[in-house]
Design a protein around this ligand. Structure first.
Ligand code: PCD
Ligand SMILES: [Cu+]
Length: 804
């Protein structure tokens, strides 16, 4: 048989890895045909809504539900008393703490769930919420973690007297854990003996990812079959199924968890919320489906926030700028409950990646987790595992050290980068970096933006400013970040005891198309597009002929879900491995059909051909059909495979970002003149999707650095619970980005890919912030806290005496 097409043409037809294949899910999304939780409407469905605490800390002395029950349409009102007999008034958190489902005696943060009203429709439920009478007795409020550690006020009375927590000893009744990594004495010695030591407090404020779609679920208990179906905005559907089974006692095979389309997750939808538990209970009690969907204020006030890390740092170096040691003590504000979603052994996530891209021989990190009267969570926002905090910390400390040494910050970085021949690199705080080429990426970035000329322009501008010719300064923000994603090796990463592997199952149909199912779940990342591309390249069937399914625990193989940029490093690897199993069987089938030995056929894009006789071949499509219609001796019929992949290591994507900012000294306004982002995420599956990820992540980083904040007053009132107060950039504010790339494959990943989704947030926040600091560096600014909104920038200028 003769083939008309060249190898390249056949390869292009597959739309495999490396092609900017258009996102298949967008046909649905752009036509309003997505199916989100709120689109699920079941017969006889009821609606739940919460009574929430107006106080940040108060005793609940009484709850009267009579008036609420009298409202037409209200079916029931649940309080902690109703949940207690079921043992469901408290629930375990992913961090080994426990959290009230409904207020049990007291409340610990504003917006905390106090009672759950179930009604025939949303409006009756809302009226019911208004009518529930709750009496509170206010208690002293603590919103500052440093004060919490000194205060006599006991926030968590349920833990009183417990000196041991889930992560070791507790030093104080408002203390959660201390986590230490590295060499304390060694680092102190280095600091003592160093030529130069720079010290600074770096605060990464509390913020929130604010996804377009808020959190919600529909619980439906079928009393006839005993089967509970739970639809919801879950980033980890299988883990939710296991947790629901463990806390409700319903056998796991009788629970089906479904994540339909999700309108953005960003880590906000990893944890388990009171709304899920109450909806499940309500459905069991009423025998009807129950829907609960948060509104915007509830989402901002009560679901997983991000950051709130106070990082005290010391960095030591020689006079020439070679870093000799890094010390960090972090005070972590976790709010009323410790509900982070970190792997069990890492109560401060991967904060110990805080040595960044630099070869720092000695380092020490300690993190103290603290309770305050703020919302719990702390898991989210484009790095669930505290890598954003770590990158911000080290990239600020480098700038602070550059000031101390009176050095150019780009040069200081270059002197200290881990060299390409040092990989795999063992960091002082315990990680093995898989691969990287930082010097090359850095030079590529500096050349691309014309760094030298920019510095000259900036110097001229400073002169002009001093001469009274202009009131605008230029800031050049630099960042070189190293991410750590792909949790994780099962041997040291688990969530609630569930090892963090992931999975893929591929089934080839007789006519040569396929379906693949994964343990992950897309929230907008485009998995249906990219994972089909991996399979296309591995087994030579067009990506367009491969359906991808995620999120239904009745059909998908068990996996730990999508967050921490783990889908590509873990489920992506499982996908390649499952595909390779299929290809191995296909090889045997091809050899049988071609009547040669297995070893005498070779793979060629979309077929196996006889070695030395390429005109004799069987395409994958032909092989698929044969798998179902030929009796092949020694082989089972059919063509499918499943892989559960336990990664041997994390992957370490990295990037070089440079921002040029103009700052108006008199108004505090800024303009982003340019933003350059070079990302190296190893082998690239879909360059266009990567670009989209970088644009999205940088825009979130821009928001965080320049204005976004979950702020509290001293009474614990959340001051930023609406989009009037919480900065969400629109197309108007969003800067234009120039993206670039380098490719340093991961040596341990079957296709060499690393994650990329989190990287742009990890890298862009310090980049924007460093630009602000850099603009004022000649006038003596060393450190100033984010977010750098107009007022705060104006204040910096004022404090430096730049206003006449
Ligand atoms: N090399 C490479 C890598 C990657 N990729 C692509 O890209 C993406 C991403 O990826 P990754 O990195 O792996 O990641 P994932 O896992 O998938 O995801 C996750 C992430 O993702 C990001 N992005 C995004 N997007 C959208 N649209 N939405 C959303 O929500 C989101 N989110 C965010 C977050 S936050 Mo966390 O949760 O906090 O932890 S984490 C996160 C996908 O599609 C993939 O396939 C490619 O292509 N290539
Ligand atoms: Cu992360």
């Amino acid at each position: 048989m003769k083939d008309e097409l060249t190898q390249d043409q056949r390869s292009a037809n597959l739309k495999g890895m490396g092609s900017s294949r258009k996102r298949v899910e967008d046909v649905r999304f752009t036509q309003g045909k997505g199916r989100y939780v709120d689109d699920i409407k079941l017969d006889g469905m009821l609606f739940g809504d919460f009574v929430r605490s107006p106080y940040a800390h108060a005793r609940v002395t009484s709850i009267n539900t009579e008036a609420a029950m009298a409202i037409p349409g209200v079916v029931a009102v649940l309080t902690a008393k109703d949940l207690e007999p079921l043992g469901l008034h408290w629930m375990p958190t992913l961090a080994g703490d426990k959290q009230m489902v409904l207020a049990d005696g007291k409340v610990l943060f504003q917006g905390q769930e106090v009672a759950y009203v179930i009604a025939n429709d949303r409006y009756a439920a809302a009226d019911g919420v208004e009518a529930v009478e709750v009496e509170y007795e206010e208690l002293p409020v603590i919103v500052n973690p440093f004060e919490a550690l000194k205060s006599n006020v006991v926030l968590r009375e349920d833990l009183e007297g417990q000196t041991e927590g889930a992560h070791g000893p507790r030093k104080h009744h408002n203390h959660i854990f201390t986590w230490e990594q590295g060499d304390k004495e060694g680092t102190e010695k280095v600091l003592e003996e160093a030529d130069v030591v720079a010290e600074e407090m770096v605060y990464y404020h509390r913020t929130h990812p604010c996804p377009l779609e808020t959190c919600g679920c529909v619980a439906s208990m079928d009393k006839v079959t005993g089967k509970l179906t739970l639809y919801g905005t879950f980033q980890a559907p299988h883990a939710i199924r296991t947790v629901v089974s463990l806390i409700s006692g319903i056998a796991e095979h009788n629970i089906r968890v479904v994540s339909p389309d999700i309108g953005g997750g960003f880590g906000n939808k990893v944890g388990a919320y009171a709304g899920y538990v109450c909806s499940v209970v309500a459905s069991i009690v009423t025998g009807k489906p129950v829907k609960w969907v948060e509104d915007r204020m509830e989402n901002l006030m009560t679901t997983a926030f991000a950051r709130d890390y106070w990082m005290q740092g010391k960095i030591a170096a020689t006079k020439e700028g070679k870093i000799t040691g890094l010390w960090c003590h972090t005070t972590a504000d976790h709010g009323g409950f410790d509900a982070c979603a970190d792997p069990t052994k890492f109560p401060a996530g991967f904060m110990n990646i805080c040595t960044g891209s630099y070869d720092i021989p000695t380092a020490y990190l300690a993190v103290d987790g603290v309770y305050t009267n703020k919302a719990p969570g702390g898991v989210s926002y484009r790095c669930s595992f505290r890598v954003t905090e770590a990158a911000y910390f080290i990239e600020r400390m480098i700038e602070v050290l550059a000031i101390e040494l009176n050095m150019d910050a780009a040069e200081l970085r270059r002197i200290n980068f881990i060299k390409s021949d040092q990989f795999p690199y063992q960091s002082a705080l315990g990680w093995e970096y898989d691969s990287g080429d930082y010097h090359r990426a850095w030079d590529q970035a500096l050349n691309a933006v014309g760094y030298k000329e920019l510095r000259e322009e900036q110097a001229q501008r400073i002169e002009d400013f001093k001469a009274g010719k202009t009131r605008k300064l230029i800031g050049i923000g630099l960042t070189h970040f190293t991410e750590i994603v792909g949790a994780g090796p099962v041997k040291n990463c688990d969530i609630l005891g569930l090892g963090m592997f992931d999975s893929c199952e591929i089934r080839i149909h007789p006519t040569g198309s396929a379906i693949a199912r994964l343990g992950t779940i897309s929230q907008g990342q485009g998995h249906a597009t990219t994972f089909a591309q991996i399979i296309a390249s591995e087994i030579g069937l067009p990506a367009d002929d491969i359906t991808l399914e995620e999120g239904d625990t009745d059909t998908a193989p068990y996996g730990l879900g999508t967050y921490g940029s783990r889908s590509t490093p873990v489920a992506g690897a499982a996908t390649a491995m499952a595909a390779r199993k299929i290809r191995a069987k296909a090889q045997m089938i091809a050899a049988y059909l071609l009547e040669v030995h297995d070893d005498d056929v070779e793979w060629d894009v979309d077929r196996f051909s006889v070695k030395g006789a390429p005109e004799r071949f069987k395409t994958m499509k032909e092989i698929a059909f044969a798998a179902y219609n030929q009796a092949i001796p020694g082989l089972e019929p059919g063509l499918e495979a499943v892989s559960y992949y336990d990664p041997p290591n994390m992957t370490y994507p990295f990037g070089a970002y440079i921002c040029v900012m103009e700052i108006d000294v008199d108004t505090g306004e800024h303009e982003i003149r340019s933003f350059y982002a070079l990302d190296d995420c190893g082998t690239r599956i879909n360059p266009m999707i990567i670009d989209g990820q970088v644009h999205g992540g940088c825009t979130e980083g821009y928001a965080i650095a320049m204005g976004q904040e979950i702020a509290y007053d001293e009474m614990g009132n959340c001051k930023s619970a609406t989009l009037m107060d919480f900065f969400l950039p629109t197309a108007w504010e969003t800067p234009t980005y120039t993206t670039d790339f380098a490719v340093t494959p991961s040596p341990h990943h079957p296709i060499g890919a690393k994650g990329v989704g989190e990287s742009p947030n990890v890298g862009s926040v310090p980049c924007f912030s460093n630009a602000v600091h850099d603009a004022f560096r000649p006038f003596g600014l060393v450190q100033s806290h984010m977010p750098h909104d107009h007022w705060r920038i104006w204040k910096i200028a004022k404090d430096l005496g730049l206003h006449s």
